[in-house]
Design a protein around this ligand. Structure first.
Ligand code: ATP
Length: 375
């Protein structure tokens, strides 16, 4: 028998939220409940940040109640401080002004054992964000650091392919997932867990829940840096995610074209708006070196990202040429930093990694997330 929304609501109506015995459904705190075709259930519970500890128990009870239903394949449940429209500052308002919450900020949003979380982001898709994220993570590894890689590009997860990982992560005790491992770094991707088409139809809150779980319900262990490959774009979803993730900084990837640069500028201003430091801009597919004659051509223009970085007053981390080897190795699940560690391309990624690490280790420690997800 397929699981329905009604079954889930019935189970959730057995979960008390307070000493008076008010149940979760009657409490008015429950978001829309979504059940996908694969039997996965998603919902969130609205709370005030001051109730986070108590309501975490309610969240766990809700997950247990729903998990007990036959045919349920997974439960994504998050606590959110998202306020309903008209009741104060909204958590996110498309197109409207966005300000980080101050007084009500949840404290201690860090992921235990993880020293720094950084985002690799791009204003638009297809600029090489995932390729950069995975080679940057491997570059950090060559510095002797303990590194994790979280593929939060939920609509187009590419880390399983880029890192050549097959199979599914093991479920440990307490519903914690064991990350996969490749080339000495820990990797988690929604691509390990669901079919790509399933994630494509997820809506904002479900994406948030999935990402929150991949951050917090994964046995990352001790990490110096967790690199998060963000979904492309600078819309509301990205902003919400940037705010829900305890980011120490962001790396923006762009190609040199004007249009990509406009998007990159939006990316920089998005992170600045929520006071996340920009670790730097990377220019990808900067030059094309002909493999036959060795001549360089600037197919997309050149130097635009460097100029943009200097205009915006943020570091420029380097330029990566458009190169067939990078693409072929990526497609084969052997990132260039491990496949050709002494080659020129690996050298560029390693230099970026060094700059990023210098900024992280010399700068402020990982900052707490400003708002929204409290669990
Ligand atoms: N410097 C490069 N030289 C050659 N090919 C590259 C380079 N960087 C990325 N690519 C190729 O470009 C394609 C897109 O790269 P990638 O998936 O990293 O981009 P993305 O910005 O993460 O895309 P999406 O928005 O779809 O997630 C891939 O086929 C990748 O191998």
């Amino acid at each position: 028998m397929a699981i329905t929304r009604e079954h889930v609501l019935q189970a959730l109506s057995t979960v008390p939220v307070d000493a008076g015995g008010t149940d979760l459904v009657a409490s008015g705190r429950l978001s829309d409940v979504v059940v996908d075709d694969a039997g996965r259930v998603m919902f969130s519970i609205t709370i005030d940040p001051s109730e986070a500890a108590n309501m975490e128990r309610v969240r766990q009870a809700a997950v247990t109640a729903v998990q007990g239903l036959p045919a349920v394949k997974g439960v994504f449940a998050s606590l959110t401080a998202d306020r309903p429209a008209g009741s104060g500052a909204p958590a996110s308002s498309p197109g409207g002004p966005q300000r980080p919450r101050s007084a009500a900020q949840p404290k201690n949003q860090r992921i235990p054992g993880v020293k720094h979380v950084i985002a690799v982001a791009s204003g638009k898709g297809g600029v090489g964000k995932s390729t950069t994220a995975c080679n940057l993570a491997l570059g950090l590894k060559t510095l002797g650091l303990k590194v994790g890689l979280l593929d939060a590009d939920i609509y187009g997860p590419s880390m399983p392919k880029l890192m050549g990982i097959h199979g599914k992560p093991r479920l440990l005790e307490n519903r914690i997932l064991e990350p996969m491992e490749a080339y000495g770094i820990k990797v988690m991707s929604i691509g390990f867990l669901v079919e790509e088409e399933a994630a494509m139809i997820w809506r904002g809150p479900m994406v948030m829940s999935a990402i929150t779980q991949m951050l917090r319900e994964v046995a990352w262990g001790d990490l110096d840096v967790l690199v998060v490959d963000m979904p492309p774009g600078t819309g509301d979803a990205q902003l919400t995610m940037a705010q829900a993730t305890p980011l120490a900084g962001a790396v923006i990837v762009s190609t040199p074209q004007d249009l990509a640069l406009i998007d990159a500028r939006r990316g920089v201003s998005m992170f600045k708006r929520v006071e996340i430091p920009i670790l730097g801009i990377v220019e990808n597919m900067a030059t094309f070196v002909c493999p036959h004659c060795g001549q360089s051509s600037h197919i997309f223009g050149h130097g635009g990202a460097r100029d943009e970085a200097s205009r915006l007053g943020v570091p420029f981390l380097g330029e990566i040429p458009l190169n067939m080897t990078i693409r072929e190795l990526s497609d084969a699940g052997r990132p260039v930093v491990v496949a050709e560690p002494e080659g020129p391309h690996a050298g560029i990624y390693k230099s970026m990694a060094q700059q990023v690490w210098t900024a992280l280790s010399g700068g402020a420690a990982a900052r707490p997330a400003p708002r929204i997800v409290i669990e």
